[in-house]
Write a protein that binds this ligand. Structure first.
Ligand SMILES: *[C@@H]1O[C@H](CO)[C@@H](O)[C@H](O)[C@H]1NC(C)=O
Ligand SMILES: *[C@@H]1O[C@H](CO)[C@@H](O)[C@H](O)[C@H]1NC(C)=O
Ligand SMILES: *[C@@H]1O[C@H](CO)[C@@H](O)[C@H](O)[C@H]1NC(C)=O
Ligand SMILES: *[C@@H]1O[C@H](CO)[C@@H](O)[C@H](O)[C@H]1NC(C)=O
Ligand SMILES: [Ca+2]
Length: 391
């Protein structure tokens, strides 16, 4: 009877969810797409979870190559790129980026090793990455330079030539607790011309919807496509030193190419944001709304904008305009935990007002002088590119 009580919409949704779960187990193929490993792949198009964007597996007996190579481009300093394992994850390997430089971590039997080295490669240029595994050594070459070599031998380890090898991009297949050095997994980067152990098998991806392209030209920044926002708990952000200096948020971007909500702040228990800053590229205006009033400046064009929150005052300055408002003591709220949203309102506003998600590139977002990494947000919509804008 329960089934008959639900609407057909609900039933469809349930069936769809069931398919999704099957898909995740790899038992159903309804939402699993197959893609070639040498296609262009944008790793930035999935949520910042540890699950890979795509993965494949092959019997070890079929492996005739020891080398994987690919071109890689990113402005992102941190995230997972490539993963491989055997024995169902008992032996594993991860290539990640940390502080912009490559980091390899390997788990084999009871050994964990980590090697970090080479130049910073998060410069927005394509780099040739080559990883090979011969005997006791794993070698990483970047642009044909020997960069990182890990040697590893244990009495317990023995070479396994049966079972399967699994490969993954943009995530890992073992528990992140196994990592020797933890890191943030989300990677806004692109891969092309991949050759994975000389295999020609297809990769599985659970990516739904449109595949995100890798733009020919990119520039540093966070790109908002007008479909979602990123939210931080202010307790995870830098605190203020003195009430006089307060909190300063700096934003760089070309206002003529920005439209929508730049940021909003919500205090706990409040449905309506207490501060909202929006820009309208058509009308060339900036609007600063607090609970008490709305201030608008017209015919503005800015490249830099800064918002300063002091005890009871709020100041927004751009290249040549100023807006200010008297506000309650939000500095204490900042310390206790407000929600700072970039690119929209955390909750939809009152009925009738739609969430005007930001469209455009914020070239830099800084809180108290520190760059804000959207990959570290509490929540980030999948439509946002954390570290790159089309140029
Ligand atoms: C992999 O090996 C299993 C048995 O070990 C076999 O059933 C399967 O067909 C093999 N798959 C491929 C692609 O060779
Ligand atoms: C790669 O695989 C092809 C067959 O798929 C084989 O002809 C070729 O020799 C292999 N190359 C290497 C370097 O193993
Ligand atoms: C800019 O945003 C406003 C709402 O804030 C909307 O009415 C307008 O259509 C948008 N313009 C463009 C070019 O997207
Ligand atoms: C923000 O962080 C503080 C301190 O960790 C916590 O008490 C509060 O519940 C968090 N707020 C939300 C909405 O997660
Ligand atoms: Ca990242």
């Amino acid at each position: 009877m329960g089934l008959l009580n639900c609407t057909s919409g609900e039933l469809l949704l349930r069936l769809y969810l069931t398919f999704l779960i099957w898909g995740a187990d790899g038992q159903g193929t309804e939402t699993v797409k197959l893609v070639s490993g040498n296609e262009e792949i944008n790793l930035g198009q999935h949520q910042g979870t540890w699950a890979p964007l795509m993965q494949t597996k092959e019997n070890l007996t079929e492996i005739n190559g020891i080398k994987s190579s690919f071109l890689f481009r990113t402005f992102d300093p941190e995230g997972v790129v490539f993963y491989g394992d055997t024995l169902n994850g008992a032996d594993w390997f991860v290539l990640a980026l940390k502080d912009g430089t490559p980091e390899m971590q390997i788990g084999k039997a009871d050994i964990l090793v980590s090697m970090h080295g080479g130049p910073k490669i998060n410069d927005g240029q394509w780099h040739l990455m080559e990883i090979s595994n011969d005997g006791d050594f794993v070698r990483l070459h970047v642009d044909s330079q020997k960069e990182v070599i890990v040697g590893l031998r244990s009495k317990i380890t023995e070479s396994v030539m049966q079972g399967q090898i699994r490969l993954a991009l943009g995530g890992i297949l073992v528990s992140p607790e196994k990592l020797l050095i933890p890191f943030q997994p989300a990677m806004d980067g692109c891969i092309r011309q991949g050759n994975w152990l000389n295999l020609s098998i297809l990769w599985e991806t659970q990516q739904l919807g449109e595949r995100r392209p890798c733009h020919d030209n990119i520039q540093p920044g966070s790109y908002f496509s007008g479909a979602g926002l990123a939210t931080f708990n202010t307790t995870d952000l830098p605190a203020y030193q003195t009430a006089e200096s307060g909190i300063t948020i700096n934003i760089h971007g070309d206002s003529t190419r920005l439209n929508g909500t730049i940021l909003s702040l919500t205090t706990p228990g409040q449905d309506v944001p207490v501060i909202t800053l929006t820009v309208d590229s058509n009308m060339k205006k900036i609007t600063l709304a607090t609970l008490e009033k709305e201030s608008v400046t017209e015919s503005v064009h800015f490249t830099r904008l800064s918002l300063t929150l002091r005890k009871n005052t709020l100041l927004v300055t751009t290249d040549d305009t100023k807006l200010n408002a008297d506000v309650p003591d939000y500095l204490s709220s900042w310390r206790e935990g407000m929600m700072l949203s970039l690119g929209g309102l955390q909750k939809d506003g009152p009925p009738g007002s739609s969430n005007q998600y930001l469209k455009g590139c914020l070239e830099k977002i800084q809180v108290q002088g520190e760059d804000l990494d959207l990959d570290r947000a509490l929540y980030k919509d999948v439509s946002i590119s954390s570290h790159s804008c089309p140029a």
